[in-house]
Design a protein around this ligand. Structure first.
Ligand code: SF4
Length: 506
């Protein structure tokens, strides 16, 4: 009797050679348009043609469901659908053979218990579904500074990696500026325009940055260079021209959640950040730099766990500790160029300690212990009135965090926390859930503001008069210190009082 053997055959892309580089475009995506534009600049400087995928749209969810496992998490479905839509469009416009010859898709992945370790598997299902398994798709390991795809056409060198890291930092900082300024802008639309100008300016800088050395020299140059600081000083001048009114009382809402969902700006997360702004909030967006910082520090924590068993423990600890410190140092230098308006990176050790009673930090799927840690960090340091956590439908790691948060809320009943499940097609439910918590956050912001006025003996009119004497206070780049209030307007009143010579304390 004949037996039929079904053998699993792993997808293996055809090589991408150096000779093909000049006429081959690298497709990539999954971030915001700002991050993608700057990463594009970093790649183009190294001789790669590149093109971000179009922003994720609602239709990508339906397309994704056609090609991949129906139980896949919502970010995987959205991004797989987005890839499928792009490939179909290009095949139609440029022809199937040209698509296969002139494009490759590059994605990142890492080992791990969640689907992030298997995104490429879903993308392979897309290629099968479209019957183009000879289209080239390359998976790069997120944690490697240097690597190459088969064939030598795609080489991730130190200068390219550092260019990408700077691109990510710069996009994070501009995004922080954007969300800190837009709710208070006097001229509607000005912030969005300045964001676009800033990103284009930085794109050109990344695209024409000097390439110094290959390995250690490249590392040293990227740590000490003031090239990007100078670029940001030019950007700051653009923001200097934006006038703001910080007396608008708004609740500050910190966005946390799964990596892709919290970063994304668009249909993939119901455009929740813009929706919150429309509802009268100031949003604190999540920088990608925090996640990279987490990955670096996790190496340190794991090493400390195995202290008794690791050879050259102190040397290794020193090496990783130095990388972690340099990472923050560079980020803070860039923040300084924007007068520290973008938020600092949280202390990873503190996040771990805050989360410790609720979430074991070695459970590293998704955002690991950071969801719990970030919520408590924002609450204890009074950075936000409310946490909006974006939880993807079908995500196991996130389900664990949300479960742990139940205990956190038992211990901190005062913490305003809105976990929003994102399925991709149920925005009314998500908005209404968020709205309930937002109402309370608004009340607290108002209460704080009134308390600040009472403490300082000021009135809104008096603050306005003072602004006329000191017009620089209304610049978007003017830094208002933190006086222990979560709200921008309450801290602003305290600051004005201090400038007037009143004793305010913190
Ligand atoms: S963390 Fe969750 S949503 Fe994100 S890739 Fe992993 S399983 Fe999917």
């Amino acid at each position: 009797m004949e037996t039929m053997e079904l053998q699993y055959r792993a997808y293996k892309p055809k090589p991408f050679t150096k000779e093909e580089r000049p006429h081959t475009t690298l497709l990539f995506g999954g971030l915001t348009w700002k991050h993608e534009r700057l990463l594009q600049g970093a790649m183009e400087r190294m001789g790669y043609r590149s093109e971000p995928l179009p922003n994720v749209e609602r239709q990508d969810l339906d397309i994704g469901k056609e090609y991949i496992d129906v139980g896949a998490c919502c970010p995987t479905t959205f991004t797989a659908g987005n890839l499928a839509r792009t490939l179909m469009t290009k095949a139609k416009e440029e022809g199937l053979e040209n698509l296969k010859k002139n494009y490759i898709f590059v994605t990142i992945g890492a080992c791990g218990p969640c689907r992030f370790g298997q995104y490429h598997e879903s993308y392979e299902r897309v290629l099968e579904g479209l019957n183009i398994t000879d289209f080239r798709l390359f998976l790069l390991d997120l944690l490697q500074m240097e690597q190459a795809a088969p064939g030598g056409g795609l080489e991730i060198s130190m200068p390219l990696t550092f260019g990408l890291v700077y691109g990510m930092f710069l996009a994070d900082l501009i995004t922080d500026m954007e969300y800190a300024v837009r709710p208070y802008e006097m001229m509607e639309g000005q912030t969005d325009r300045v964001v676009r100008e800033s990103i284009e300016l930085l794109y050109e800088k990344l695209k024409s940055r000097p390439i110094k050395g290959k390995k250690l020299l490249s590392l040293a140059w990227h740590v000490v260079t003031d090239y990007f600081v100078k670029a940001l000083r030019e950007v700051r001048e653009l923001w200097d021209g934006v006038e703001v009114d910080r007396l608008r009382v708004k609740p500050r809402v910190k966005i946390t959640g799964e990596f892709w969902l919290q970063t994304h700006e668009g249909d993939g997360n119901y455009n929740i950040k813009r929706w919150l702004e429309k509802e009268g909030a100031e949003v604190i967006p999540p920088p990608i730099a925090v996640w990279m910082d987490y990955l670096i520090n996790m190496e340190l924590f794991k090493l400390e766990d195995s202290k008794g068993y690791v050879k050259k423990y102190h040397l290794k600890k020193f090496a990783i500790g130095t990388i972690a410190s340099l990472y923050k140092l560079v980020y803070n230098r860039l923040r300084k160029a924007l007068n520290y308006i973008p938020n600092p990176l949280p202390d990873q050790r503190e996040l771990k300690e805050l989360a410790k009673p609720y979430f074991y930090y070695r459970l590293t799927g998704g955002e690991g212990h950071m969801l719990v840690g970030k919520a408590l960090y924002a609450y204890r340091h009074k950075h936000a009135h409310m946490i909006c956590e974006l939880s993807p439908y079908g995500c196991l790691p996130n389900t664990m965090s949300v479960g742990a948060m139940a205990k956190v809320l038992g211990d901190y009943p005062d913490l305003l926390y809105a976990p929003i499940e994102i399925k991709g097609d149920a925005e009314v439910h998500a908005y209404s859930r968020c709205q309930m918590i937002l109402t309370e956050a608004k009340r607290r912001a108002k209460e704080e503001f009134e308390e600040a006025l009472e403490r300082t003996g000021l009135t809104v009119e008096r603050v306005r008069e003072f602004e006329e004497e000191r017009p620089e206070l209304r610049r978007a780049t003017y830094k208002v210190p933190h006086y222990g209030y979560a709200g921008t307007s309450a801290n602003y009143v305290m600051h004005v009082a201090e400038l007037m010579g009143k004793r305010v304390g913190t």
